[in-house]
Every structure is written in C-alpha cells, then in structure tokens.
Design a protein around this ligand. Structure first.
Ligand code: SF4
Ligand code: SF4
Ligand code: FES
Length: 243
C-alpha cells in the first residue's frame, strides 16, 4: 500500500488551502487558483528569490517573504495583495525600467515580454524614478544569438537554464553594484566560449528581449519558457532511457 505524502493546510487570502508538506508558498498560491507576479521564477529551475515580485505578507511574521523560496507551513496565514505589497511590486517594476534601457517599440520581445506583462499586472504606466540610461554593450559575437545587456534584468534564468538543464554552465553573474551583469565563460565574448552548445535554451528562458535569436526583428521573439519544466520532468522520468 502506498503511503499518502504528508500535507499541510494554510490560509491564503482567507481561503483554506491544502498542499504537500514540502510545497513552496508560490505552489500553494497557484494551487488555490491565485496568482502573484513573478519574473526570476521559472518552473523547472531552482528558485532563487532574486526579483522580489512574489513577496507575500505572513501574519505574525516580521517581514515580507518571497513566495517562490518560502516553504509553506501548517497554519500559515498568507496575504498576497495588500496595499503595501502592491506598492512594493509596482516600485520594483518601475526600478527595473529605470535601471535599464527598455525601448519596447524597437525590441525583439515587444508583445512577448514578461517584464511588459508584469508592468501591466501591477498597474505601472510610468516610472517615478529617474531613468539611468546606462551605457551597456550588446554581445553579438555568437553566430546564432545575441545578448543586449540594456534589457537584462539579472533574473539569472539563463544562468540556471544553462547550468541545470543543459549542463554547460556558460553563464554566470559578474561584477558588483550597478556594474553587475551576466557574463559568458570567463567574461569572454559569448561566441568564444567553447562550452556553449548553441542549444538556445537560455534564449528560451529569458523573460525579456535581452537574449535573442539573430534572425528575430522587432516583436518577432517567440520565447519558450515552458521548456525548462518540460526538460526537467523528462529527465526525472528518464524518458530517453533505453530508447
Ligand atoms: S525587454 Fe521587454 S520591457 Fe524591455 S524593451 Fe524589450 S519589450 Fe520592452
Ligand atoms: S539575459 Fe535574460 S535570462 Fe539572463 S539574466 Fe538577463 S534577463 Fe534574465
Ligand atoms: S519570483 Fe519570487 S523573487 Fe522572483
């Protein structure tokens, strides 16, 4: 007889919700049919809690916690959309736009960009913070793909996709503070990194127009973020074993 896996019950926005004992709050929120915005999270990759958009309020807890990296616990009372949370989320999205150079009208990802989607979701129509207009570069050294650092939000999905799913570990995060950026290999031009298999998985995982296929023009990027979970599940299920 198989033993039922242990479960816990918590309350989310006043609604009782029962999930597996090792579920994250994000999984619990989604299983209750609710949503919080996410950008760094991608099903199939290890969560890192980088973007802070999924912050939730836990009653009796002194600080807000990111739902994607917090384990649900018995009796938790969770709020996902208080005025304070909505204000923080909007501010976080405004900062993403102010820190980079996001000119959607000329972007490969226009219309298929998760940053755009999140801006709409949190009700952002302008940034209250001064635009930084950073001088970043575009790495066009790879034969098939490009990286426009102006549109990178440092979510590290590409880093984790390449490391955990492809096993190539081409990408990393380099430098500090405002100079922090994604780097290829030993901070080389992407096209010179021999470990790159040209699989394109990092491009599929990128939520913005930062990573793109060279043949894509404005609004032509067709990302496939679902590939991370599909490939992670296929590996767990050993779907290619002995085939
Ligand atoms: S990455 Fe998204 S938000 Fe940034 S310019 Fe492109 S479409 Fe606009
Ligand atoms: S290149 Fe794309 S996937 Fe990688 S960190 Fe930047 S925004 Fe995220
Ligand atoms: S989705 Fe949870 S911190 Fe980014």
């Amino acid at each position: 007889m198989t033993q039922a896996s242990p479960s816990i019950t918590l309350q989310i926005n006043g609604q009782p919700c029962t999930v597996a004992a090792d579920a994250t709050l994000l999984q619990a929120i989604r299983s209750a049919g609710l949503q919080v915005p996410t950008l760094c999270h991608l099903d199939g990759l290890t969560p890192v809690g980088a973007c802070r958009l999924c912050l939730v309020d836990l009653e009796g807890h002194p600080k807000l916690e990111p739902a994607c990296v917090t384990t649900a616990a018995e009796g938790m009372v969770v709020h996902t959309h208080t005025p304070e949370l909505e204000s923080y989320r909007r501010m976080a999205v405004e900062l993403f736009f102010a820190e980079g150079n996001h000119v959607c009208a000329f972007c490969v990802a226009n219309g298929a960009c998760e940053l755009q989607d999140v801006a709409v979701e949190v009700g952002m129509d302008h940034s209250r913070f001064p635009y930084q207009y950073p001088k970043r570069h575009v790495d066009a050294s790879h034969a098939l793909f490009g990286l426009d650092h102006h549109r990178c939000i440092l979510c590290t999905r590409c880093v984790r996709m390449c490391d955990e799913i492809e096993g190539a570990h081409v990408w990393d995060v380099g430098y500090r503070g405002s100079a922090c950026s994604i780097i290829a290999g030993l901070d080389q031009p992407w096209g010179e990194v021999e470990a790159c298999t040209s699989c394109g998985k990092c491009v599929d995982a990128c939520p913005t127009g930062a990573l793109f296929r060279k043949q894509d023009a404005t609004a032509e990027k067709q990302p496939h973020p679902e590939r991370a979970q599909q490939l992670a599940e296929a590996r767990t299920d050993r779907r290619w074993h002995n085939q």
